[in-house]
Design a protein around this ligand. Sequence first.
Ligand code: ARG
Length: 578
Amino acid sequence: MKQHINDLICKSINTIDAEQSIDAAILSRIKVERCKDRAHGDFACNAAMILAKSLKKSPRDVAAALIASIPSNDRISKVEIAGPGFINFFVNQDFIAKNLEAMGADPRLGVKICPQKENVVVDYSAPNVAKEMAVHHIRSTVIGDAVVRVLEFLGHNVIRANHIGDWGTQFGMLIAYLEKAENEQGSGMDLSDFEAFYRMAKKCYDDDPVFAEKARNYVVKLQGGDPYCRKMWKKLVNMTMEQNQKLYDRLDVTLTDKDIMGESLYNDMLPVIVQDLIDRKIAVEDNGAIVVFLPQFKNKEGQPLGNIIRKSDGGYLYTTTDIACIKYRVDTLHANRILYFTDSRQQQHHEITWAICRKAGYVPESVSLEHCPFGMMLGKNGKPFKTRSGDTVKLRDLLDEAENRVTQMLLDRGSNLEDQDRANVIHNIAIGAVKYADLSKNRNTDYIFDWDLMLSFEGNTAPYLQYAYSRIRSIFRKATIQPGHIVISDSAEEELAGKLLAFPEAVESVAVKSMPNLLCNYLYELSNLFMRFYEQCPILKDGVDPSIQQSRLALCDLTSKVLKQGLGLLGINVMEQM
Ligand code: ARG
């Protein structure tokens, strides 16, 4: 509809400005937006205000001229001037009804496959080996996965890149400790507690000089490709990722072991890249280290910031790996767009890495590099989210607690589901609530983790949306007639209809901005409008005309489909009954 109104306005501008005197830059500022208050129209356009200066007329006069030249068409019932010179469009209700019917018959619910298919690399989750997934990894995992689903739904070729931290000098110590633990406990040992594993390895390293010597020796051997050290290293990586995979599955996150592209993948490229940057005078030697100076980044003294890509001891850094990684994504994966879901504190790291890559010509201008940052997860006290004793919260424990709380909630509500259904409902509500709490906030800001809010059946929560869905499905279990033709007669129907038709825009906005909260907000508003419609417009009550019943059932049906599809794109399940 927006596009259609845009076309109408363009035609009208061409009529009143036949010699095309208006600058393209000015025309590009013309926008069509959905009106906030539907009493004033469905869509508003700012064209008259934008053009007034160039045409040397008042905005209202321009608006009048534009309206007079809008080609007649059946999608619009009325056009009006509003306020300082907005042009407001009223949509033809019959036309809406037809569109809704078409949307209901379309398995994609009106969401078009994007005509410009892109190769999008989505860098998300990226936990570190032999470490418990930390809070920022949950955010990255859940938000990144929702964006992946949306991009795929729009027809893009998505490459999930799980850039795990699987390399570094700490591996000597970890291998030495793994060896020690295996010798002492046999191969059946339980290393599921990585926190403890890491702590103990570090303790041995600090307290036992023989152990420390062995650990240092193992780092060198590992880097030199020694088969034993490689094997032990691989064991650590596999153990970690097996545990993380359980969490991905439990969270209904689409990552698998095929998506692992860890830091170690780029090892062989690092010396080649550093040499290339030296040869081309992009990098220089500085006190034994190899450094890239970028004039656009200044240090505290106002001097160009030196970015080390190889330390004086020959070691490479997080930045060096990320430079190689980008090159690989461009040259080998043929990425057109690369999205990084990392916490906002990594912003400068990415900017520096990208600046080096652009300067070196490793990334053509046409490839878009986008940081999709997110804020911290805070406790109710406004401080970083921790356990009562001040430890990081393990994701596994967090999910257990969510399920325990939902189990109790269902007991309190006296739900009478069968055991199998109940287990399923508990899982879907608990996981849905935790994910949605994260997804529904503007990711740029910190967010407060609050069990009571996220598990509430009221407000912008997953349980509220899941409940709206189940409630609609229950109508169909009672109905004796089928959904039929749509006729919009009541204002609540009209508003619900307008919202339903905006579904494709909501989905597309997530792909453009990498912000799932836009879809969450949409679904929440949709559910609110549905609830209003449901209160205001009787469906199965005696005395309601069957044709109206059929129309309202069709609106119910379409709403449930949009909720299911929309939540599905966020990685959240719905249930027929809950
Ligand atoms: N492993 C990193 C961390 O735990 C995140 C990696 C993000 N991706 C990247 N290409 N730098 O913070």
